[in-house]
Design a protein around this ligand. Structure first.
Ligand code: SF4
Ligand code: SF4
Length: 296
């Protein structure tokens, strides 16, 4: 049995599986008859690194980028959160112009790969995942009729996707591991899904969380770590994935301060007890008021 990634775009056609050395006959250029057709029916899933590249390209914060340019979706039945590029009502990417892609140098991984799709699979018993490629032919894409052959390896180089793959790898492993973990007992709580979303995508909020007193009281990190994640998005993104691996799968790579967990549980118990007492008091006051209303 193997697990695989969802294909990051919709197609009714069965894709052809390819090896790195397999050749595809394809060329895309400005002036081709179908220019921009793919971007006018865009269904693009974003990786955490895609988000960082795009928000830098647009000169905006992650918060504003997520709000203005993305839509959330559920990657599986357990509700693992994913992010897609927002489109207009006709399905066109908001970045497509008559001249082509307006964020071309920082376009997402799925856009770089198209019409090659890629996925990670893990064979039964294997400890490492492996990359697999496939070719998708869609009627609107005339690039397949062009007279150029190129191997998957060279196509990846041409599209400068190798750096993206290298940085995306840890996140893809995390998703693969989560999906391979088998059915969970019930859907994860909204709080844990929100935490997953924050650690993967919402780097502004995740940075505030990591720099907060409560985080510092729980995890044993040095000053150099805090100085780095305060400034560097990539280091913060990578740490988010590490933290999720530790919390979800027990991959202990981040030192926890002695007694921090007990202290957190004690504080949580105290908060719950305070809430319980407050609810009892509200209930008592309501009952008293009802009695007064009956008597008056
Ligand atoms: S980001 Fe660029 S390449 Fe990707 S769908 Fe949008 S316009 Fe097309
Ligand atoms: S050749 Fe394919 S990828 Fe290139 S613009 Fe046309 S539809 Fe898009």
């Amino acid at each position: 049995m193997s697990e695989q990634f969802d294909i990051p775009f919709k197609s009714d056609l069965v894709p052809t599986v390819m090896e790195p050395g397999s050749k595809l006959k394809f060329r895309c250029y400005k002036g081709i008859s179908c220019f921009n057709a793919c971007c006018k029916s865009a269904d693009i899933q974003l990786t955490p690194y895609d988000i960082l590249r795009l928000k830098d390209n647009l000169g905006m914060s992650v918060t504003d980028f997520l709000k203005n340019h993305t839509v959330p979706f559920e990657m599986d039945k357990d509700g693992i959160p994913g992010i897609k590029l927002r489109t207009d009502n006709d399905g066109a990417c908001l970045f497509v112009t008559d001249e082509g892609c307006s964020v071309y140098n920082d376009r997402p991984t799925a856009c770089r790969y198209y019409p090659v799709g890629h996925m990670a699979i893990r064979e039964a018993g294997a400890t490492e995942d492996e990359a697999r490629y496939f070719l998708v032919r869609e009627d609107h894409c005339k690039g397949h009729e062009e007279d150029r052959e190129i191997s998957v390896t060279d196509y990846r180089k041409e599209q400068q996707v190798e750096q993206y793959d290298q940085i995306n790898r840890e996140w893809m492993q995390l998703i693969l591991k989560k999906k391979s973990a088998g059915p969970s007992i019930g859907r994860p709580s909204d709080t844990s899904l929100q935490f997953f979303f924050m650690c993967c995508y919402d780097m502004d909020r995740f940075r505030r969380f990591v720099l907060s007193d409560s985080f510092k009281a729980s995890y044993d990190m040095d000053d150099a770590f805090y100085a780095t994640v305060e400034k560097e998005d990539l280091a913060l993104m990578s740490f988010g994935i590490r933290l999720l691996k530790q919390i979800l799968f027990g991959d202990e790579t981040i030192a926890v301060k002695p007694g921090a967990e007990e202290k957190r549980l004690k504080e949580r118990r105290e908060i719950l007890e305070m809430r319980r007492k407050a609810e009892i008091e509200i209930h008592r006051q309501k009952e008293e008021q009802q009695k007064k209303d009956v008597l008056s």
